[in-house]
Design a protein around this ligand. Sequence first.
Ligand code: 6GU
Length: 242
Amino acid sequence: MRVDIVSIFPEYLAPLDLSLVGKARANGTLRMAVHDLRSWTHDVHRTVDDTPYGGGPGMVMRPEPWGEALDALAPGELPPPRLLVPSPAGVPFTQALAYELAAEPHLVFACGRYEGIDQRVLDHAAARMPVTEVSLGDYVLFGGEVAVLVILEAVTRLLPGVLGNAGSLAEESHAHGLLEAPMYTKPATWRGLEVPEVLRSGDHGRIARWRRDEALARTGLRRPDMLAALDPASLDKRDVAA
Ligand code: 6GU
């Protein structure tokens, strides 16, 4: 997968050199470039923002540098890249969207700052490529850079060959619309706290049942919205009893 990121703070993306994302870059699974939006400005002050039409607080990112950046990064290739614009006004970023993005050959991220990017940039791009405004959740960040770190970490771990144990993808939270059950490792007793007996029983049927019950109970307490959204057909008699 190829990824281009445009930002006025390219240094903010430095963590993408680290850990498993860095490894995916080093071994060629991920071809990634971070670009400074100001390299597409032409004035001596390298201006990227201006006051909003209609008034109001803050500044809006001017369209011209963004237009040139997208012309350079999406010069009519077929198929075009998918443009992602982090914004608190976007669609929620979910594991399902992470899987969708992991299947794309080329992603371009446009990191806005201030009150956002002139809407015409997105409207103009949308005639040339798929554009998705995406939000991490219901709170406001200074800009899109941290969101890109989050999104790319979620996407990279889904790329073929990145995770050593592909089974961990099947088991994890959100894989079945439920939160994951708690996990334990050795020692069996730690500071007077015991690992639940069932997990040491070797009875794989009982263990699976226990994990399913814990996942259902946790999801009900912490994410009643997820429980309500579960397909009833994915539940069995023993689930309802729990
Ligand atoms: Cl993706 N961007 C910004 N600026 N704020 C956010 C967000 C994104 N998601 C939640 N808050």
